[in-house]
Ligand binder design. Structure first.
Ligand code: ARG
Length: 590
């Protein structure tokens, strides 16, 4: 439910009109859309599109309606009185156009100022949601692919959180298990015969450590044997090996946490190793249901519409990525009792999740037909590419380290800030904080503003441009509005209590209406799990503010100053909330 959505509110009015007009079709769902401007002109704010399809259903049954247009007129006549609506008309084949009352828009904006943005939050029909995101692998550095998962996953979690589910879990399914650990541990013991003496800085560069051990593994048969024996020891729970494993994991964790801290990401870790003990009982249950077959010594599950089977147990008896996900999904459904599990990874893993969910459906552990609200959803995103259109790599053709990338974004922002005329008015701390907010914000926004399913080109110059559709531009717009209010010398809290929002100028009205449309855009963005829809809204908001409202309506010193300052404040409230949802830190002075 979503009382703040203009579309929903109009929908309720039209539902009454539709039933009154066509009593034989009581369950018609109102089709309401915001009108789109043609050549810069909009004839109305919203339209109801039911007449055309409804006419086809009642043709010949209700004599008074000769065509869709006359049905549209009938619907319009039956529309209940409402303070929302200024006027209605029927257009074209039977669209019912609605112009909203500007007084009502103004009152709604005023209400936002008194009640806050939470009063605009929709409610989710779902109780317990989990977003599985970021989920990097130990010993392999976090790379740009994980950056996308981290940024997109965090935003989705923030969006869902705004809908106030009973429980929201931000899950980091860290890859902390697997055969690579045999190699790493064997190498660690070889380099540091006394593991107690090892400290973090010795193997601080885990990627280099990983590479060196891999090199030895591939070239030295004796070492390879020791590595394989180490896996067995580790899996058998030998304390010495477990300790070394933990040591290696902790070093990785420290690195991951640095990135999370910089980006303001909250995550709860439940790593792959947590699910190890749950794998055998999960497989046993599947076995009892007759789902598991033998294939060349491996234990496999066949699922609908896929030629290759899902490998639950490898030929050597070992477990894999699938085994862990079978156990973890079982846990999520039965122990954590989650009713929406969202997995955020690159699209390349779609088949993994497709097969996983299908296996669960085959077992009867997930409903056969997933409806509008699926219990499991895989959110795939495209590759991160460089300017050459190929997978993003640094010059040495290695994957790019995330910390380097964030450092670079910050560095460039700092340079730009220091070049500004007012640079000397800034304290060192302000420069640091602001260049972080802009730099990290720019990296996030560049990723979020495109449809996540497409590939994404990483380009510093583009994302840090202060004129295009970038976080830099948006943060500037926000800071500029803050400075308008500051310059007025007025106390906004006081104005909120005593002032009134009036929308007499066309551009004031346009801004007010766009503010009010936040909720329905948010609902669209959230229900399709597409943050780019929200980015587009935010960008349009800044454009409407800057190019329409602020260029035609003087604020400070005008007779309408109070109302216009309130409109500025309302714009800030909505902008800041968008920034919050996108994980971007606002900047108050620029
Ligand atoms: N660690 C995996 C990777 O880096 C992502 C894990 C996603 N979550 C899951 N439950 N499979 O590709």
């Amino acid at each position: 439910d979503c009382p703040a959505s203009v579309r929903k509110q109009l929908g309720r009015l039209f539902a009454q009109a539709l039933t009154a007009t066509v009593p034989t079709q009581p369950d018609v769902v109102p089709l309401i859309d915001a009108c789109i401007a043609k050549n810069g002109v909009k004839h109305a704010d919203y339209q109801c599109n039911n007449a055309m399809s409804l006419f086809a259903k009642i043709k010949g049954k209700q004599e008074e309606f000769k065509n869709p247009r006359s049905l549209g007129e009938g619907i319009m006549k039956n529309l209940p009185q409402s303070e929302m609506i200024e006027s209605c008309s029927v257009a074209g084949p039977g669209f019912v156009n609605v112009v909203l009352s500007k007084k009502w828009i103004a009152q709604s904006v005023q209400k936002l100022l008194t009640d806050g943005i939470d009063s605009w939050a929709p409610r989710l029909p779902i109780k317990r949601v989990m977003v599985d995101f970021s989920s990097p692998n130990i010993a392999k550095e976090m790379h740009v692919g994980h950056l996308r998962s981290t940024i997109i996953g965090d935003t989705l979690a923030r969006m869902l959180e705004f809908c106030q589910p009973e429980c929201l879990i931000r899950r980091n399914h860290i890859g902390d298990w697997g055969t690579q650990f045999g190699m790493l541990i064997a190498y660690l013991f070889e380099k540091y015969p006394n593991p107690d003496a090892v400290n973090e800085s010795d193997i601080g560069d885990l990627q280099a450590f990983y590479k060196a051990s891999k090199l030895k593994f591939d070239s030295d048969p004796d070492f390879k044997l020791t590595a394989q024996q180490s896996v067995v020891k580790l899996q058998g729970g030998d304390p010495k090996y477990l300790k070394a494993w933990k040591q290696i994991c902790d070093i990785s964790r420290t690195e991951f946490n640095k990135v999370y801290q910089r980006l303001g990401i909250r995550l709860e870790e439940m790593p792959e190793s947590f699910f190890n003990p749950l794998i055998p009982p999960t497989l046993e249950k599947l076995e009892k249901l007759g789902l598991i077959e033998d294939s060349d010594g491996a234990r496999v599950i066949f699922v609908e519409g896929v030629d290759i089977p899902l490998i639950a147990v490898k030929r050597d008896g070992g477990y894999n990525y699938f085994s862990t996900d079978l156990a973890s999904l079982w846990y999520r459904l039965n122990v954590e009792k989650l009713d929406w599990n969202i997995y955020v990874t690159d699209v390349g893993q779609w088949q993994h999740f497709d097969m996983l969910f299908k296996a669960f459906r085959r077992a009867g552990w997930l409903p056969k037909d997933e409806n509008e609200y699926p219990i499991c959803t895989h959110i795939g995103f495209g590759l991160v590419c460089g300017d050459d259109g190929k997978r993003f790599r640094s010059r040495s053709s290695e994957t790019v380290r995330l910390v380097d990338l964030l450092d670079e974004a910050k560095r460039r922002c700092k340079v730009a800030l220091l070049e500004r005329d007012n640079a000397k008015d800034w304290s060192e701390e302000e420069i640091e904080k602001t260049s972080e907010a802009i730099g990290y914000g720019a990296v996030k926004y560049a990723d979020l503003k495109i449809n996540r399913t497409t590939n994404y080109t990483f380009n510093f110059d583009q994302m840090l441009n202060d004129k295009g559709n970038t976080a830099v531009y948006l943060l500037y717009a926000h800071a500029r509005i803050c400075s308008i209010i500051r310059k007025s010398g007025k106390d906004i809290e006081e104005l909120k209590k005593t002032g009134t929002v009036v929308l007499d100028h066309e551009d004031e009205r346009t801004l007010g209406l766009h503010l009010l449309q936040f909720t329905e855009v948010f609902v669209e963005s959230c229900s399709n799990l597409l943050p780019n829809v929200l980015c587009e809204y935010l960008y349009n908001l800044s454009e409407i503010f800057t190019k329409k409202f602020y260029s035609s309506c003087q604020v400070v010193g005008s007779p309408e100053e109070t109302s216009r300052l309130l409109l500025c404040e309302a714009t800030l409230v909505v902008m800041r909330h968008c920034f919050y949802l996108l994980g971007i830190e606002p900047v108050y002075k620029l």
